[in-house]
Design a protein around this ligand. Structure first.
Ligand code: FES
Ligand code: FES
Length: 154
């Protein structure tokens, strides 16, 4: 049986018809065409599917879309404007904090949640907060440096 839900996605009001089993990740990728968040492990371990729900990072592979009714969702696509990357994206570019990019959307959104809570985190706080995000290319050192050196309003 299908259900219609309403939510905010990157500041825009959206609605969608979903199945009870539809995940948040399937909703944003398949119905809204926002494919920055990736399916990795599908068991809430790798962080490739991370999205922000009301400002907090969640594993969208393991969250049901029915549970985000009325919530504000942020995806990586909502961070940049037409011709300007978000300061966290700029820092990832500057510090070479990505190779294949599969994990990058998840890292950037998790970093945004951290910097919203704590604008000047220590290396240890960054590592702790990002502990649920895996990078199989091994860019951890560069990612920490990038998050530490975000310039401007993150
Ligand atoms: S795909 Fe969701 S945590 Fe790995
Ligand atoms: S850049 Fe390839 S998995 Fe992180």
């Amino acid at each position: 049986m299908k259900k219609t839900i309403s939510l905010t996605v990157n500041g825009c009001e959206r609605s969608a018809e979903i199945e009870a089993r539809t995940t948040l990740l399937d909703l944003v990728r398949e119905q809204f065409g926002l494919t920055g968040a990736k399916l990795g492990c599908d068991i809430q371990v790798c962080g490739a599917c991370t999205l922000l729900v009301d400002g907090k990072p969640v594993s969208a592979c393991s969250m049901l879309a029915v549970d985000v009714e009325g919530c504000a969702i942020e995806t990586v696509e909502g961070l940049s404007s037409k011709d300007k990357l978000h300061p966290i994206q700029e820092a990832f570019m500057e510090f070479g904090a990505l190779q294949c990019g599969y994990c990058t959307s998840g890292f950037i959104l998790t970093a945004k949640a951290l910097l919203d809570e704590c604008p000047q985190p220590s290396d240890e706080q960054i590592r702790d907060y990002l502990a649920g995000n895996f990078c199989r290319c091994g860019c951890y050192q560069e990612i920490v440096q990038a998050v530490k050196n975000v310039r401007g309003e993150a």
